[in-house]
Design a protein around this ligand. Structure first.
Ligand code: ADP
Ligand code: MG
Length: 395
């Protein structure tokens, strides 16, 4: 789960990282008030979207830049008015861009150098890696391509931990010497503590700026968290309500369903993530495209099945619904009754294709056939996928 920059700032601030003062606004007036409360200009107004490259981005309206410097609160208000409600396109968003519902307003210190600092998991080596570069503020992939020597890495043995001497070594390799050395090491150590204690999967500060040649400021932060560890961090889990942008995903989250919206035409309801992915692959193979990934889980109840149907049907792109369930712990006859209930309750306007396999699947199929609802069934996976693709074509 990635969080917005304004949320990342709050979390990093709790670990003593140097964050320029500021606040988040949802209206132009609020943006102006934040600027008025800050000591002095210049200010920066930053569009809050879950994608990078904002500085060089462009709004669909033609306005250029999702990061803008201003000198007066009145100007902050003006820029916030243009950004809020706008759609920002960057090299990371795709041509459709992302809607901007919030802007960050912060002090814009005089930057003398822009550095790069990140911590992530090196899956190959199975340990965290701390990455630093003197060339920050720009696209790091570009630096890695053109000048790989400019990127420095320190791998951390999780048993031994990360020590201040390692932070100083990295800082030196990033070109930080003299009075900047210890403050830099302090920033790196604090970011490492944050990364471990908060179960982050990525903590990237780009740029980490040098201010007035003597101190540091976290100018931009991209933070991702391990979702399997969110139960340990209620405060971070609470960020989720803000970051789920897709209305269908927000609904599913409330019902305890694992749903990811996609762009195809076949609504899928599957139990188990592996089966859900196999289902998406085989639909693709027969010329169809899934409208979503939906894992109802091993122990989905009647309510969840009904809710899942409602979410699939609320998607105007969906031209057929494909229910693909393996009855392992759950039994197929129980699932079939659930499907019949949900179909008679939600009355889908598109064809429903069901494949049940596993415990009591014969009974399950019989229940579907006796229901006099127009549910199409199939025995094997290829046949079911072909029926689903054909059903989507006929509507
Ligand atoms: P993105 O990575 O999405 O383009 P950044 O927050 O990194 O957004 O901003 C891009 C550039 O804008 C930074 O490299 C920096 O030069 C400038 N900038 C951003 N925030 C500030 C700030 N608070 N003060 C001064 N300059 C800033
Ligand atoms: Mg950045």
């Amino acid at each position: 789960m990635n969080v917005f920059e304004y949320q990342a700032r709050d979390l990093l601030g709790q670990y003593g990282l140097p964050i320029p003062v500021g606040g988040v606004a949802t209206s132009p007036e609020e943006a102006r008030h934040i600027a008025e409360r800050l000591a002095k200009g210049p200010f920066v107004v930053k569009a809050q979207i879950l994608a990078g490259g904002r500085g060089k981005g462009r709004f669909l309206s033609g306005f250029s830049g999702g990061v803008r410097l201003c000198s007066h609160p009145a100007e902050v208000e003006e820029i916030a008015r243009v950004m809020l409600g706008g759609v920002l396109v960057t090299m990371q968003t795709g041509p459709e861009g992302r809607s901007v519902n919030k802007v960050l307003v912060a002090e814009a210190p005089q930057i003398s150098r822009e550095l790069y600092l990140a911590i992530l998991i090196d899956r190959g080596r199975r340990c965290p890696v701390v990455i630093g570069s003197a060339q920050g503020g720009v696209d790091i992939e570009e630096v890695a391509r053109k000048d790989p020597e400019a990127i420095h890495r320190i791998w951390v043995d999780p048993q031994v931990g990360f020590w201040p001497y390692q932070a100083r070594e990295l800082a030196m390799r990033m070109g930080l010497h003299g009075p900047l050395l210890n403050p830099a090491a302090d920033v790196i150590v604090r970011l490492y503590r944050f990364f471990c204690e908060c179960d982050a999967s990525l903590s990237e500060v780009n740029p980490l700026a040098v201010i007035e040649n003597e101190k540091f400021a976290v100018i931009d932060a991209k933070i991702g968290f391990d979702e399997n560890a969110l139960f340990r961090h209620p405060e971070i889990a609470a960020c989720r309500n803000e970051v789920v942008e897709d209305a269908r995903e927000a609904e599913a989250l409330k019902a305890g369903l694992n749903y990811v919206g996609l762009s195809g035409e076949i609504g899928c309801m599957v139990n188990g993530a592996g089966l859900a992915m196999a289902t998406m692959d085989i639909l693709h193979r027969y010329g169809g495209e899934p409208a979503n990934f939906l894992d109802v889980g091993g122990g989905a109840d009647q309510n969840q099945v009904t809710k899942a149907f409602a979410i699939l049907m609320a998607d105007p792109k969906v031209r057929a619904i494909f229910v693909h369930i393996f009855g392992g712990i759950m039994q197929c006859d129980v699932i079939a009754r659930g499907i019949v209930e949900a179909v008679s309750h939600t009355k889908p306007k598109v064809p429903v294709v069901v494949r049940l396999q596993g415990t009591n699947f014969e009974e399950g199929k019989a229940i579907l056939h006796q229901s006099d609802l127009l549910i199409r069934t199939a025995d094997d996976l290829a046949e079911a996928a072909q029926k689903a693709v054909a059903a989507a074509r006929e509507t």
